[in-house]
Ligand binder design. Sequence first.
Ligand SMILES: [Zn+2]
Ligand SMILES: [Zn+2]
Length: 280
Amino acid sequence: MHYLIPLTPIYKLLMILNFCSLSSGSSGNCYYIGNEFHGILIDAGISASSIRKFLKDRNISIQTIMGVLITHNHIDHIRGLEVLTRKSHLPAFTTLNIWESILTPQMKISRDCIRHIPLQQKFHLAGFDIEAFPVFHDAPETVGFHICAGDKKITIATDLGHICQTAAPYLKEANLLVIESNYDEEMLVNGGYPHYLKKRIQSDHGHLGNLQTSVFLADIINDNLSHICLAHLSKNNNTPEIALQTLHQTFAAKGIYLNGNLKILVLNRNIPTEMIRLTE
Ligand SMILES: [Zn+2]
Ligand SMILES: [Zn+2]
């Protein structure tokens, strides 16, 4: 005899993907992704005490965080890592090359907290399937992360000079895409940064400008994409208004007019966002 087991509630439970940005930009990056039971952090670029406070404000216990995934060794991504791993005993996950670039005499992380992950191979953590993919940036190695729960997918790529053929498919698949929109091209060129720094930011190993990001988004926009989060805005060479305006102008020039189904946010540099919930 066959019994019908009601699978729907469990199925729905597994579909939940919550996202919020705790901080985004060259002063510090930290993003939360969670489900009903557990969560993970992407980067720890703000102080450990700020991370704990921001989580507490959202009724998220640090005990439910199963690990922190690190994109690269720049200080705006690892500022709170040492204290976070020491005080909260959080395991930290990144590639061997990135660990080698992080573990300096000044950055002491307990061996117990160090986890190596391979590039472009799925691993399982906190109920999510996660894949690190390589991006071009001026660090010894930099990755983005693709996080799946059922058929819901979040991709985070915050520091990259251009979108290469390896990274693009991960960005195209996302339902919620966190993508860098670092600088307004005119503000950077006319601003006060020294020439070498402007060139570094503009290079293929630097950061994505508003126009670059907008053109890419106009190319990949599809019905599965529900949220675009413009991330890692420069304090000196961008504003949220200009980033959004560039996006809308680029879309309009390509005949793309948004209906209400696609939400576009600019992640604040210092203020955490509301929780975004992706469900079936
Ligand atoms: Zn950064
Ligand atoms: Zn960086």
